[in-house]
Design a protein around this ligand. Structure first.
Ligand code: PEP
Ligand code: MG
Length: 571
């Protein structure tokens, strides 16, 4: 029996067999030529056979899939046998073609690159297909090498997916019906893997060194609350997994709006979303509004700024799901882990400390004002109560400038994210100049602890239970209370970082003075059920104890020991 320790990001206990994520397909060497004994005809046939094999594998997957995924897989299967791609590759094998023959792998690589470049140059829908061609190319090269296809492994049996870390692109193809847990050796609690796991409600353990070495097919027990992975599970682990399955079914029901503490004190529970489809799911899960609409989705993978009309359509799709309800939309947060070719400089030595979020207005003036104009138009044509906020605000001047820009655009409620410690410590002045604050605890934690949120080895520092982070949250709420008293206008403080999705921490946040919590829709029921068991006074007592704890572990275990409901719900 081996045990691996990491950071648990989503609670849940399961037993299942491991499937390892194959390594990404590496670029074949240039100038390797046809290779000794290989003929143009023979290699050409190998390329055709590989493309046919990839096509039939994709067709089989399409047949087993449904909805959007089926259409996407069918289209990709067609692309695998695309004559331009295959003939182009075969032509490149010939030493006479352009002065130098290529290996079959290299020929497919270059031909795929040429087709993708052509599609990109056509723009619009065609340009979006370029990524699919590159995916097909990688599959054909893997087939030629006799390696498993890249991406999430195929399996009829549900399995535990093990990887170093998952990229955003992998997450699109992850089928939660097949993958029952995620375990990674890299990544932190705020990594893409962690965010995906929370949004799918999958038990997950990240930053657990060694799990990428567990052989395929090994049976493991994953405890997403404890952050452990164990091989060779026995009866106690199987019983724990069975008990969790019952508890999870009870939590899957969603909650029907209007979250209240045991004393009736309202704490609206909102959702974090990125697209209209997300917003529809959030509304169905009972979210009382949207606390964070990440607008990067509209900009990512783009070489140019999306047009006014495109932006209006994308934002309207979200607003339309919440008529009469609050939707807090965040302006573009490009930079750091979300680079944008036309806006951010990828050469920066420390991108998380660089021109990121609101700061891109200094280097690319106009993009923010145009985005605000699009948001204002979408807001005007919808019934949602639209609030707008800027990411990465560090000073009062920035808060005042952003608020003025938003109001000039015709948006009446403008606020800022508090994710830089300087903003937390000066929130009284900041909130005197803006309408509300939303704590981005993912970044606030990485900046308070000087620990890159994407790095697995620093995961224990990237923990919002760190008392230093709790003190910054308290400072923000105290500043808001002072600004409320000084201006005579309420200055609400929400939390939209992943911390809000941890039911025990949610209780502490409420005790610290936070007025709304925004999270992945999956977490709404658990947070609602736990908050319903405590009064505001009890939440304040929990918060006091957490603030005075000497370390994150003591803060967490102390709060959890006063919330017996967590055990009842298997959280
Ligand atoms: C945060 O930093 O907590 C946040 C909500 O923003 P993002 O995760 O998009 O940086
Ligand atoms: Mg952030």
């Amino acid at each position: 029996m081996d045990q691996f320790h990491g950071v648990g990001v989503t609670p849940g206990r399961v037993v299942g067999r491991v499937r390892q994520m194959p390594a990404p397909v590496s670029e074949p060497g240039v100038g390797s030529g046809l290779g000794a004994g290989a003929s143009v005809e023979g290699e050409g046939e190998r390329i055709r056979a590989a493309s046919r094999a990839v096509q039939s594998a994709l067709k089989a997957r399409a047949a087993a899939a449904s909805g959007d995924a089926r259409g996407v897989l069918e289209a990709t299967a067609l692309m695998a046998a695309d004559p331009v791609l295959v003939k182009g590759a075969v032509r490149l094998l010939d030493p006479g073609a352009d002065g130098g023959g290529r290996s079959a792998e290299r020929a497919v690589w270059e031909s795929g690159a040429a087709v993708a470049a052509k599609l990109k140059s056509l723009g619009g829908y065609m340009a979006e297909r370029a990524a699919d061609v590159l995916d097909v190319r990688a599959r054909i090269v893997a087939e030629l090498r006799g390696l498993p296809a890249p991406g999430i492994p195929e399996s009829v049996e549900p399995f535990v997916l093990a990887a170093h870390d998952l990229a955003p692109a992998d997450t699109a193809t992850l089928d939660p019906g097949r993958v029952i847990a995620l375990i990674t050796s890299g990544g932190g609690p705020q990594s893409h893997t962690a965010i995906l796991a929370r949004s799918l409600g999958l038990p997950a353990v990240v930053a657990a060194p060694g799990v990428e070495g567990i052989p395929d097919g090994t049976e493991v027990y994953v405890d997403g609350a404890a952050g452990t992975v164990q091989t060779g599970p026995g009866q106690p682990e199987r019983d724990a997994a069975a008990a969790w399955a019952v508890a999870a079914a009870a939590l899957a029901g969603g909650f029907a709006g209007a979250n209240r503490l045991a004393d009736g004190h309202p704490v609206p529970l909102l959702a974090n979303v990125a697209t209209g489809a997300d917003a529809a799911k959030a509304a169905a899960a009972g979210a009382e509004g949207v606390g964070l609409l990440r607008t990067e989705f509209c900009f990512l993978d783009r070489d140019t700024e999306p047009s006014h009309a495109e932006q209006v359509a994308a934002y309207t799709a979200v607003f339309a799901q919440f008529p009469g309800k609050k939707v807090v939309i965040r302006t573009l947060d490009a930079g750091a882990d979300k680079p944008l070719p036309f806006l951010t400089n990828t050469e920066e030595p420390n991108p998380a400390l660089g021109v990121r979020g609101y700061r891109t207005d200094w280097t690319s003036p106009g993009v923010l004002a145009r985005q605000l104009a699009a948001i204002a138009q979408a807001a005007a044509q919808s019934e949602a109560e639209v609030w707008v906020m800027a990411p990465m605000i560090a000073t009062t001047e920035e808060a005042a400038h952003f608020t003025a820009l938003a109001k000039d655009a015709g948006l009446p409620t403008a606020g800022v994210m508090v994710e830089v410690p300087s903003a937390a410590l000066t929130s009284g002045h900041i909130l005197a100049r803006t309408d509300f604050a939303s704590l981005g605890t993912n970044d606030l934690t990485q900046y308070a602890m000087a620990a890159d949120r994407m790095l697995g080895p620093l995961a224990h520092l990237n923990d919002p239970w760190q008392p230093a982070v709790l003190h910054l949250i308290k400072a923000t709420c105290d500043g808001a209370a002072a600004a409320t008293a000084a201006t005579g206008t309420p200055k609400p403080v929400g939390v939209c970082g992943e911390a809000a999705a941890d039911p025990a921490l949610a209780a502490v946040l409420v005790g610290l003075g936070v007025t709304t919590l925004s999270m992945s829709p999956r977490a709404l029921t658990a947070v609602n059920r736990v908050l319903a068991t405590i009064t505001l006074h009890q939440a304040q007592t929990l918060a006091e104890a957490a603030l005075t704890a000497p370390d994150a572990h003591t803060a967490r275990t102390g709060a959890r020991s006063h919330l017996p409901i967590l055990n009842e719900l298997g959280l």
